[in-house]
Design a protein around this ligand. Structure first.
Ligand code: ADP
Length: 504
């Protein structure tokens, strides 16, 4: 077979199925040819049987007219007898090959000799006016011998046909069984080569949707499977890119929220710097050096504070790969509250209850994004007496947190850092509670919410191997509980200490 069809048959599902069909078709063809051959043999046997029967019937006719002649001495009977005799001899001569397949050459010679003998004796009997008395019994005896030989030939041919039929039946059974076996074997081989890769792909797709794998690998070299895998992996890559771009736009939205808070945050150090500068200008060349140094130190301090605020915003906005570090929770939360405070109504209160030294292994930027989204959501519904409580502690997890819980870490047991963000806002209606983490789910008016905030929160918590749960009583507020795997004792101490200002 040329190289291309071989490659096509070996490396394509269509090729394998075609090969399977060809194999079945070829075996059916071989079996049919075999049976046609066997039928021809049987047909030939039937023809031989017919010859033997014709000979036997002719011999019987010879004997019938012989008997009639001996009884009535009619010339017509003698003629018929002699005609049938000639017919028998002609049968033997014309079908010599057929008869040699029925009996041995010696047996056929014996038959011919008997026929000639019979013919001679019968002619002698007919020619004599007074035939000798012993001639008639001799003719009869020869006739009987002829009948016996012809009967023997016909009988043996009948037996041959029966034997051929019996072996034909056995063969037919054998071929049917072999064909059935072949079809089962081919079917099994096809199922192994075609169904197994599909099953493996099914398992891989399940692993991908359970986040245990990132892409599909080829379970076979078949062209169709390879192109499905390539298309599927391309789709995964596209989905990943789109998700990243959604995250990016969500972060940009958060950045917008934070900007007003940052402006507010920057205002204090800037006005402090401005005041110190004015005093220094007024006292230029007059005041004592110690006081001037104090103002200069204040300017330096406030500049540093402003720098830290700007750096935090830059940190938040910069796009970078997921990187876990030991994050001190309290400063991070306090800073975030400061940033989003621009949206809180003057009478609302944000209370923090986080131990100073509580840290968690996390990507600081992403964790901040979680707090921005949760605090912003909480603030959006707050009335004039609004309150947001943010607390954190180490808990011994034994079961998932109460409420609608999502995330890889919901089944984790043992010590975990639990962060609660609770508000006394309008709460969440029970019928929408299971949907609030879905992408693009929002109850806000067009232009006010993209419905991505909680989806991003869930994604980040899940990325950290954590768990997020929500509980809410409509009219009494909502409480989000996040559990993150606890800090590894070997981790380095906090490196992200930022401006720890505390919240209002
Ligand atoms: P968005 O804020 O853009 O609507 P989110 O994914 O952040 O998208 O929130 C989805 C929905 O969940 C909100 O539209 C709101 O109905 C509800 N929600 C989230 N947090 C709170 C909360 N603290 N109080 C009341 N409802 C909330």
């Amino acid at each position: 077979m040329p190289a291309l069809p071989v490659a096509f048959l070996r490396h394509s599902l269509r090729g394998k199925i075609t090969l399977g069909y060809y194999a079945v078709a070829a075996s059916i063809l071989v079996a049919s040819l075999f049976f046609v051959g066997e039928l021809r043999t049987l047909e030939a046997r039937v023809v031989l049987g017919q010859r033997a029967t014709d000979l036997f019937n002719t011999v019987l006719e010879i004997r019938r007219f012989e008997r009639n002649y001996f009884l009535h001495h009619q010339a017509a009977d003698l003629e018929e007898n002699s005609a049938y005799l000639k017919l028998a001899q002609a049968l033997l001569t014309e079908n010599r090959a057929d008869f040699s397949a029925i009996a041995t050459e010696a047996r056929m010679d014996e038959l011919r000799a008997r026929l000639n003998d019979y013919q001679r004796q019968m002619s002698a009997f007919a020619a004599a006016d007074r035939p000798p008395l012993e001639l008639e019994p001799r003719v009869r005896a020869l006739g009987q011998e002829l009948v016996a030989i012809a009967e023997d030939l016909a009988g043996s041919e009948r037996r041959q046909i029966q034997t051929t039929l019996a072996s034909f039946r056995t063969l037919l059974l054998g071929v049917i069984l072999t064909m059935a076996l072949l079809i089962v074997v081919i079917g099994r081989a096809l199922s192994l080569r075609v169904v197994r890769p599909l099953k493996e792909m099914e398992a891989s797709v399940a692993a991908i949707s359970a986040d245990r794998r990132e892409s599909l690998s080829a379970p076979s070299n078949d062209r169709e499977i390879l192109s499905i895998i390539a298309a599927f992996n391309h789709m995964l890559k596209e989905l990943d890119l789109r998700q990243k771009s959604l995250m990016r736009s969500e972060r940009l939205a958060s950045l917008g929220t934070m900007l007003s808070g940052v402006a507010h945050e920057l205002n204090n150090p800037l006005s402090n710097i401005s005041t110190s500068c004015q005093i220094l200008q007024e006292e230029a060349g007059e005041g004592d050096v110690a006081t001037q140094k104090m103002y200069l130190a204040q300017i330096d301090q406030q500049t540093e504070r402003a720098r830290i605020i700007v750096r935090s915003l830059l940190d938040f906005s910069r796009e970078r790969a997921f990187r876990k570090e030991t994050v001190l929770l309290k400063p991070l939360v306090a800073q975030t509250v400061g940033f989003v405070r621009g949206e809180v109504s003057a009478k609302s209160v944000v209370r923090l209850s986080i131990p100073d030294d509580l840290s968690v292994p996390a990507d600081a930027q992403r964790l901040q994004q979680v707090f921005v989204n949760l605090i912003r959501n909480a603030m959006e519904g707050l009335g004039p007496q609004g309150r947001i409580d943010i607390s954190a502690q180490v808990v011994q997890a034994s079961e998932p947190p109460a409420g609608t819980a999502l995330g890889e870490g919901c089944g984790m047991k043992g010590p975990m850092v639990e962060i609660l963000v609770a508000d006394n806002g309008p709460g969440i209606a029970p019928e929408i509670l299971p949907r609030i983490f879905d992408p693009f789910f929002t109850t806000k008016d067009v232009g006010h919410g993209m419905g991505l905030g909680l989806f991003v929160v869930y994604e980040i918590v899940d990325e950290h191997g954590g768990c997020i749960a929500v509980q809410s009583v409509p009219g009494q507020g909502a409480a989000f509980c996040i559990r993150l795997p606890r800090e590894n004792p070997d981790d380095q101490p906090a490196t992200n200490a930022r401006d720890d200002k505390g919240a209002q």
